[in-house]
Design a protein around this ligand. Structure first.
Ligand code: SF4
Length: 270
């Protein structure tokens, strides 16, 4: 296989978790059936998707709540957002905006991400990302290492200027930040800053994993993970003969810092 891939954070996460899962899910596209966890988690993801949609409509100036939607959890989340959303800087707002840059050997592949909210502006001009989370709040140290963080910061530093060509200085690494806001801890937003050294390290790591994917594409070998705990949250157990791994409990898999809650069930692929 020599195709050009468009990779988002969930692809990198999945490849690192298990190359075979990456292959099955994103290359041959074996349908991802209902996760072993079943209905409860699926409902949580659907609620997270709707919450993101409401926030998007809010920033677009559109009516928010669906008529007749009385989901008490969603209503509580929305009330929390209205009262405790993080303060936003002045500037131009980009809502649910995607950015894609070349990556990998000779820029052969693409790295992409979709931002909940980006604000560019201020003095000095800066680029501030905001990401809404409905899952279990994560410590900031863990968020710093998350694929989402690494991919989003890299994308902005490498390609943000395409969004505002008149303000390229906003995308100098030291002017970029990403703030995670958890609906369950609304008064404790988690701001993550960036700088040139972090960007260089990030580039090395992202180039490395993409080069590894590229190599395995050439060799067409996709080993099963040695870590059977990964199989506990994988819908391909039967295909791999890993049923003995068992099934994960909900709190083992609510890992929305790595697997964004609005992207898990329908993988983005281009
Ligand atoms: S069941 Fe295990 S080995 Fe098979 S794809 Fe899933 S994580 Fe990988």
């Amino acid at each position: 296989m020599t195709e050009r891939l468009t990779l988002a954070q969930q692809h990198l996460y999945t490849f690192r978790a298990c190359p075979r899962r990456f292959y099955l899910r994103f290359l041959v596209r074996v349908p991802w059936p209902e996760a072993p966890l079943g209905l409860e988690q699926e409902q949580a993801y659907e609620r997270g998707r709707r919450f993101h949609r409401w926030i998007e409509r809010h920033f677009l100036g559109l009516p928010v709540a669906d008529e007749g939607d009385h989901d008490p959890v969603l209503r509580r989340w929305w009330d929390t957002f209205q009262r405790h959303a993080p303060p936003l800087p002045e500037g131009r707002r980009f809502i649910e905006t995607s950015l894609t840059v070349p990556i990998g050997p000779d820029g052969k592949h693409r790295l992409t991400g979709r931002f909940d909210l980006l604000v560019t502006g201020g003095d000095p001009v800066a680029a501030s990302l905001f990401d809404w989370k409905t899952g279990e709040p994560r410590p900031i140290e863990r968020l710093r290492r998350a694929w989402q963080t690494r991919v989003y910061l890299y994308l902005l530093a490498e390609g943000g200027v395409a969004l505002t060509p008149d303000a390229p200085a906003a995308f100098a690494p030291e002017r970029i930040s990403l703030t995670y806001w958890y609906v369950e801890e609304p008064l404790q937003p988690r701001p993550i800053t960036y700088d040139p050294a972090a960007h260089r390290a990030n580039r090395v790591e992202l180039d490395g994993v993409v080069a590894e994917i590229d190599r395995q594409l050439t060799e067409n070998e996709w080993p099963l993970t040695d870590d059977w705990t990964e199989c506990r949250q994988c819908a391909y157990q039967a295909i791999c003969g890993r049923q003995a791994a068992g099934q994960a409990a909900l709190d083992e898999t609510a890992d929305d810092d790595e697997e964004p809650d609005h992207a898990w069930l329908e993988p983005q692929w281009g």
